[in-house]
Design a protein around this ligand. Structure first.
Ligand code: HEC
Length: 100
């Protein structure tokens, strides 16, 4: 229920004005570490594909606030506003866990 509300909210705020995929540039940055399809190549980087929406949002907020300490992710999460964060969580949670 909450998830649905958040997705609807994100979609309604996100779309107006600019591009179709406003987070494309941001997601390209994420891909460098988390993989093209959300499946990370490096064993120290977690997969994001198919991860729970609410979990992803919470982790990114925790990186932002420093509650979950991590140097790279703190820097990355600072680039994201609330809407972008939810769009990104929506995107990664929609990807298949195992693309093969
Ligand atoms: C420089 C490499 C790098 C980049 C770029 C990067 N990440 Fe990460 N990310 C990591 C690492 C490493 C971790 C694991 C952190 C830890 O060990 O606590 C992580 C963790 C995460 C987590 C938590 C996953 C989990 O299972 O708990 C999320 C969500 C996340 N990243 C999202 C993103 C998003 C969204 C972007 C793009 C805006 C991004 N990351 C860009 C390296 C990166």
């Amino acid at each position: 229920m909450l998830r649905l509300a958040l997705v609807t909210l994100a979609a309604s705020i996100a779309l107006p004005a600019t591009a179709q995929q406003p987070n494309r540039a941001l997601i390209l940055e994420c891909m460098a570490c988390h993989g093209d399809d959300g499946i990370a190549k490096d064993k120290d980087v977690p997969h994001l594909a198919g991860q729970n929406f609410g979990y992803l949002v919470k982790q990114m907020k925790d990186f932002q606030s420093g509650r979950r300490p991590h140097k790279e992710m703190r820097v990355m999460s600072r680039h994201m506003n609330e809407t972008e964060l939810e769009e990104i969580a929506d995107y990664y949670s929609s990807l298949p866990r195992d693309p093969r």
